[in-house]
Write a protein that binds this ligand. Structure first.
Ligand code: SF4
Length: 435
């Protein structure tokens, strides 16, 4: 398809939202490239003439960011700087009909499962032989590996099943082939992701297969770190922890969103678990994998949440002492079952509660980091910035956790492991030297 602005099409993919969306963009990039179409991710230059915006439609803030990004690109097109603007991803999937009317400057809108249709716009074919191959948007030493799509859970606040559909596990062979391909290209660390990691296998193998999958992945030569994200607490497959303990290259790290700790809130959120059951699970997790790093995610301001519920959540954090906590303020999403409830916590009150909860966590994070001073950790070097090297230990996932600041007069190999002795510790970061 020849354009009036350039000799050859060049596509810039802009990804918003979560790591699962990132993987979709990487798959799209790989397909375009395989069809001899020039493609770049988050182009810093302006030498592209076509843009694909891969949107997020999860919560209000994310939707706003997606719409603003689309409008920016449509504006560029109206000024002749772009020939085509395409939009895909969760926001497009969820609101396509309205958006088509509201933003006519977009050339075409696609849902979350319409990759072949996007490729058609470029007269390109969907190459099934490429399954598992993608153009990484991450630094070459780590990558996200999506093991399933969609979710069968019914959490009251969550719109994801509306945009991603029901749970579909990828066959183990495909995941292993993908992991082997990533390692061949220099990847040493993979983040296992999905909407609901622990549900893996229940659809295609009729039983939970995450532990089995981990064994096969752990056998992939050259894979040094495997990290688990988005585990669901209810009916958590404890055998996963046995494999984590047994296998050196599975990080002692578990990201398990819990969302709240007050039973009336957990019930209203339809989390299918009680506080007591969550506490029992956390005890088992720490017994089976001593020293494991536990990350969780919480929601502040869900309909009906009282001050007492917030206090209970704070006490839960003080008792459980998670290593990492992320927090969202509740977003009233049409199409979710919580939408029938009154969104009775004012926005600024939601923010205040989230702030207070994170202040509790900040203290805990500081204290836990202090305990790391003097200890030596295997650390991957991610980048050099402002004359310092930045890395992570097995207890730190990319973009969401601690960074290790390493001062070194010697050149350190980006993407490689070094041993770092921690000399200083802050609320959310560590400092150290190579030993
Ligand atoms: S587990 Fe719950 S919060 Fe997570 S994607 Fe599924 S429905 Fe949403």
């Amino acid at each position: 398809m020849k354009t009036r602005t350039l000799r050859k099409d060049k596509v810039n993919i802009i990804t918003l939202g979560c790591s699962k969306n990132m993987v979709d963009s990487e798959v799209l990039s790989g397909q375009l490239l395989a069809n001899d179409i020039d493609v770049v991710h988050e182009n810093k230059r302006t030498d592209h003439n076509i843009v694909v915006v891969n949107t997020c439609g999860f919560i209000e803030k994310a939707k706003e960011e997606s719409i603003n990004t689309i409008l920016e690109q449509v504006e560029l097109k109206s000024r002749g700087r772009l020939d085509k603007v395409y939009v895909t991803g969760c926001l497009s999937h969820r609101y396509r009909d309205d958006l088509e009317k509201e933003i006519p400057g977009v050339d075409a809108w696609f849902g979350t499962m319409e990759l072949p249709l996007i490729l058609k716009q470029f007269e390109a074919d969907y190459k099934t032989e490429l399954i598992g191959e993608r153009l990484l948007a991450t630094p070459q030493h780590y990558a996200y590996l999506k093991i399933s799509e969609g979710c069968n859970r019914t959490c009251a606040f969550c719109a994801i099943p509306l945009m991603r559909g029901g749970h579909i596990s990828k066959p183990i062979e495909e995941i292993i082939k993908e992991a082997e391909g990533l390692v061949k290209r220099g990847v040493k660390e993979i983040m296992l992701i999905s909407q609901e990691l622990t549900y893996y296998g229940l659809d295609i193998y009729k039983k939970r297969m995450l532990a089995d999958l981990l064994k096969y992945l752990s056998d992939v030569k050259g894979l040094e770190w495997i990290r688990l994200h988005y585990a669901y607490p209810s009916k958590f497959p404890l055998e996963v922890l046995d494999v984590m303990k047994e296998r050196e290259n599975i990080c002692n790290y578990l990201d398990m969103p819990l969302q709240h700790a007050a039973n009336n809130m957990l019930k209203a959120m339809k989390r299918q678990i009680t506080r007591e059951e969550m506490e029992e699970l956390i005890v088992s997790v720490r017994e089976k994998v001593p020293g494991i790093c536990l990350r969780t995610t919480l929601i502040a301001g869900f309909p009906g949440e009282t001050e007492d519920d917030v206090e209970e959540l704070k006490m839960f954090l003080q008792k459980q002492r998670f290593d990492r906590v992320g927090i969202f303020t509740y977003s009233h999403e049409e199409g979710t079952s919580a939408y029938d409830l009154k969104d009775d916590v004012p926005a600024d009150e939601k923010e205040r509660r989230a702030r207070e909860i994170m202040e509790v966590q900040q203290e805990i994070s500081y204290e836990l980091n202090q305990e790391k001073i003097g200890k030596t950790f295997k650390t991957i070097i991610d980048k050099k910035e402002a004359g310092r090297y930045l890395g992570r230990t097995e207890f730190d996932s990319v973009e969401v956790d601690n960074e290790v600041v390493i001062h070194s007069s010697k050149k350190l190999p980006i993407g490689e492991f070094v041993n770092v002795k921690v000399t200083k510790a802050y609320d959310y970061d560590l400092e150290g030297e190579v030993v």
